[in-house]
Design a protein around this ligand. Structure first.
Ligand SMILES: Cc1cc2nc3c(=O)[nH]c(=O)nc-3n(C[C@H](O)[C@H](O)[C@H](O)COP(=O)(O)OP(=O)(O)OC[C@H]3O[C@@H](n4cnc5c(N)ncnc54)[C@H](O)[C@@H]3O)c2cc1C
Length: 462
């Protein structure tokens, strides 16, 4: 930011990217932070950077949020969860005396009138195609400096590795211990107060009627829904994990009947908790053995950010053709293999297969909006096995993933579904349909876990 005269930030420079070469607009009325990906106050590097910018320019700060009812693939339960977070955000910003302007509509139409009066526009960072396109649009169109700040990863993606990693070991090696340099805690400093009336917006306390006015199509909530949105609820989930479950993580994270996992993925997906904050809390917890800490950080710091790496460096991350060449070749060679079972999408979606474990996994997703990681692996492998082509299986898996998981529509969705087809994996001994892509058998679930207990638990969720 040196050319803008603004060089002393507490936010790591590698997190910040200029989206244009325009200067600050001196007569701008305020600095505008468009909150989109990082839906929180605590440990939000983009918010902290926007506050620093406002202090530097001696202008107030406005935080804007667009409630876009046609958000790609988002459904009613996703919006309900997000709205709970927005209500909390409105209260927190009021306590901070920062105007929080919630508006209904497409960011491309809602934001321009606010951007016109801004001295600088600060964005947070999302890695999916539409998120990138929105940011590039404002970089081109805004008449002031536009800067984006990466806050939803521990290590900024381009600093972690300068290319697509073909396996977790590549990213792990590149990260080494460098990722620790990015555990800085951003500070929210003082800024000039808003004089006069800030721009108007909606009141999130209006509740679900706001979603109806935003044009979100109604669909019933999953019957055993237990997720409450917002950064307060995210912190509570983390506390429960640390006190009750994390100590068992290394030995029990792969046992679906134990549920020894954090269930933080929906909160991470909506940016309601910072991964760097989770890392610090886990590391400080004296009751968690070091083996469990290491196993958890492997998932949060390496596996999760491997997904960001994949989406960042792969233009068509949601297309079958983005899979590794060896996987495409082996799946192609086995496309005509006889399948013991072929199910329709409707059979799958309604959990009508011959396999009680698979049906339980699908019902867990439908009833709770979540599925245990090991069941996601088994569930995905069977969709590949029971579809008439690998391309069809890929499309179905992404559809079901994004429709039923509260944490769906995430970089981890595309990397997780891709893994089913060989992404970030290696060739295994060849077998029908899968070729050398890794296979999973029901007998593996039976051998390694008490899978019957998992099925009974899902049955009890109605
Ligand atoms: C077919 C398939 C589909 C998937 N779809 C999604 C999805 O839509 N959204 C999603 O967030 N994750 C997805 N995953 C990855 C993983 O299953 C979930 O992140 C994890 O189960 C979330 O539960 P948790 O928060 O309790 O995880 P925990 O075990 O408590 O792990 C903590 C955090 O580490 C990260 N993490 C854990 N496992 C993985 C993994 N295998 N890959 C990447 N990051 C991981 C997540 O951010 C998670 O919240 C998918 C995996 C597969 C195999």
């Amino acid at each position: 930011m040196g050319d803008l005269g603004f060089s002393r930030s507490r936010v790591a420079g590698a997190r910040v990217r200029r989206y244009n070469d325009r200067p600050f607009r001196k007569d701008g009325e305020y600095v505008l932070y468009w909150m989109q990906q990082s839906q929180r106050v605590e440990e939000n590097h983009a918010l902290a950077f926007a506050m620093e910018t406002a202090a530097y320019l001696e202008k107030p700060l406005v935080v804007a949020f667009c409630l876009f009812g046609a958000y790609p693939e988002a459904r009613w339960p996703h919006f309900v969860f997000m709205l709970e977070g927005l209500r909390e955000l409105a209260r927190r910003f009021e306590a901070l005396r920062l105007p929080f302007v919630l508006r209904i509509g497409d960011p491309l139409t809602v934001l321009p009138p606010l951007v016109e009066k801004a001295g600088a526009l600060v964005l947070d960072v999302g890695y999916l195609r539409h998120q990138k396109e929105w940011r590039e649009h404002f970089g081109q169109k805004a008449g002031c400096a536009v800067m984006a700040v990466e806050s939803d990863v521990v290590t900024p993606v381009a600093s972690a590795l300068d290319r697509r990693a073909y396996g977790a070991h590549v990213l792990r090696r590149s990260l080494g211990v460098r990722w620790r340099a990015f555990l800085e805690e951003p500070l929210l400093g003082p800024i000039p107060a808003f004089r006069g009336l800030p721009p108007g917006g909606e009141d999130p306390e209006e509740g679900e009627n706001l979603l109806r006015r935003a044009g979100v199509p109604f669909s019933p909530m999953p019957p055993a829904w237990s997720f409450r949105g917002g950064e307060g609820a995210a912190g509570e989930r983390l506390n429960v994990f640390i006190t009750d479950k994390a100590a068992l993580y290394a030995e029990a994270r792969s046992l679906p009947h134990r549920q020894a996992v954090s269930c933080l993925s929906p909160y991470l997906h909506f940016g309601m908790i910072a991964p760097s904050l989770v890392v610090r809390r886990i590391e400080k917890a004296s009751l968690i053995p070091s083996e469990a800490k290491a196993a958890f950080l492997e998932q949060l710091v390496v596996r999760r950010e491997l997904a960001m790496n994949f989406v960042y460096y792969t233009k068509d991350y949601d297309c079958y053709g983005s899979l590794p060449t060896w996987a495409l070749e082996t799946l192609d060679a086995h496309r005509k293999d006889a399948r013991a079972f072929v199910y329709s999408l409707s059979d799958l979606e309604n959990a009508r297969t011959h396999d009680p474990y698979w049906n339980a996994a699908m019902m867990e997703a439908r009833r709770t909006g979540y599925m245990h990681n090991v069941m996601r692996m088994y569930w995905g492998k069977k969709v590949l096995e029971w579809s008439s082509s690998p391309e069809e299986a890929f499309e179905r898996l992404i559809f079901l993933n994004n429709r039923y998981f509260l944490d769906g529509r995430d970089p981890c969705s595309y990397a997780g579904c891709g893994w089913i087809f060989g992404l970030h994996d290696r060739p295994w001994p060849s077998r029908p349909v899968f070729g050398s892509v890794r296979f999973m058998a029901a007998s593996g679930l039976e051998r390694k876990s008490r899978i019957g207990e998992y099925v009974s638990w899902v049955d009890s969720l109605v």
